[in-house]
Design a protein around this ligand. Structure first.
Ligand SMILES: NC(=O)C1=CN([C@@H]2O[C@H](COP(=O)(O)OP(=O)(O)OC[C@H]3O[C@@H](n4cnc5c(N)ncnc54)[C@H](O)[C@@H]3O)[C@@H](O)[C@H]2O)C=CC1
Ligand SMILES: O=C([O-])CC(=O)C(=O)O
Length: 329
């Protein structure tokens, strides 16, 4: 293998998503079957030993594409020369914690990580934030990386997108490959809006193919939007393998492009499209071309969709204002 390895940094590497993610990165699913990778694992000091255990297992897989693993508890070291940064580690909400406390605790993580990316990342760095609240954590990191083009900071709504594909495919008795142009709008939270009015199923508008407004409004949207909580309820732990899978999908699409005639969903920095305030990191329909995510333009938004997009964006504005008030951005 003569190609220079791509430096991939994973934060929260010893966590449950990290465990589901690292083996797939090392086996070539993140970037492609001919791209060697070098892994950097960032953890808090107490979890470095567990990350070392995962690294031992990665060694034991003898992945031909894995050219090395470094483990550190220092953000500067972790992001030095990084090409792909997967920010998974975050402070989970614990009992009695208010939303503001959670935002503040995560500010303490994503501010220094943004600064470290600004200081040392490779010119082509691409950042995906998975750790919740993902959109606002991405905003905090992005705001502390002024030398990195803002478009390189994204947050993950691909899991919501994949969840919506599966729910719709089941309802219509089709396969997920029959569905195109599905969109998740807004925040990765229960206010998100999975949109079937622009989606197509074998060429027909998905909402028409469903032809059941009650299902769309009272079953489909809440099932997708509250799926994270349903998984926690069923599994006793939050989504891990499906979240890792979505992170792989997000980066793979970003680097390798979305198929002609289709798009996907990602939370990207708003340029003001669809009335989403400029600078917010909000989910949109996006195509990936030449290594860039671009917001799909020109979709007509009816009143039903408008109200739901606006509600989710309003929540993002609130989160942004809260982290601003805390001095985190
Ligand atoms: N955007 C999305 O669709 C989804 C997001 N998530 C979020 O992903 C995050 C990770 O989930 P899990 O892996 O299940 O959590 P986990 O608790 O199993 O692992 C998190 C890891 O992050 C580490 N960590 C904490 N602070 C860190 C720091 N400053 N630097 C580096 N590492 C740090 C912890 O030591 C821990 O090992 C959570 O915030 C979760 O809510 C989960 C599922 C889907
Ligand atoms: O809901 C959670 O805490 C985890 C999450 O983000 C998801 O599964 O979508």
């Amino acid at each position: 293998m003569t190609r220079t390895p791509v430096n991939v940094t994973v934060t929260g590497a010893a966590g449950q998503i990290g465990y589901a993610l690292l083996f797939r990165i090392a086996s070539g699913h993140l970037l492609g079957p001919d791209v060697p990778v070098r892994l950097r694992l960032l953890e808090i000091p107490q979890a470095v030993k567990a990350a070392e255990g995962t690294a031992m297992e990665l060694d034991d897989c003898a992945f031909p594409l894995l050219s090395g693993i470094d483990i550190t508890d220092d953000a500067k070291t972790a992001f030095d020369g990084v090409n792909i940064a997967l920010l998974v580690g975050a402070r989970p909400r614990t009992k009695g914690m208010e939303r503001g406390d959670l935002l503040e605790a995560n500010g303490g993580i994503f501010k220094p990580q943004g600064e470290a990316i600004n200081a040392g990342a490779a010119d082509d760095v691409r950042v995906l934030v998975v750790g919740n609240p993902a959109n606002t954590n991405a905003l905090i990191a992005q705001q502390h990386a002024p030398d990195v083009p803002a478009e390189r900071f994204t947050a993950m709504t691909r899991l919501d997108h994949n969840r919506a594909l599966s729910q719709l495919a089941k309802k219509l008795g089709v396969t997920v490959s029959d569905i195109k142009k599905l969109t998740i709008w807004g925040n990765h939270s229960a206010t998100q809006y999975p949109d079937l009015f622009h989606a197509e199923v074998n060429g027909q508008v998905a909402a028409q193919a469903v032809n059941d407004q009650d299902w769309l409004e009272n079953t489909f949207i809440p099932t997708v939007a509250k799926r994270g909580a349903a998984i926690i309820e069923a599994r006793g732990a939050s989504s891990a393998a499906s979240a890792a899978n979505a992170a792989i999908d997000h980066v793979y699409s970003w680097v390798n492009g979305t198929p002609e005639g289709d798009w996907t969903s990602a939370a990207v920095v708003s340029d003001g499209s669809y009335g989403v305030p400029e600078g917010l990191i909000s989910s949109f329909p996006v195509v990936a071309k030449d290594g860039r995510y671009e917001i799909v333009q020109g979709l007509e938004i009816d009143d039903f969709s408008r109200a739901r997009i606006d509600a989710s964006v309003a929540e993002l504005v609130e989160e942004r204002d809260a982290v601003k008030a805390l001095g985190l951005i």
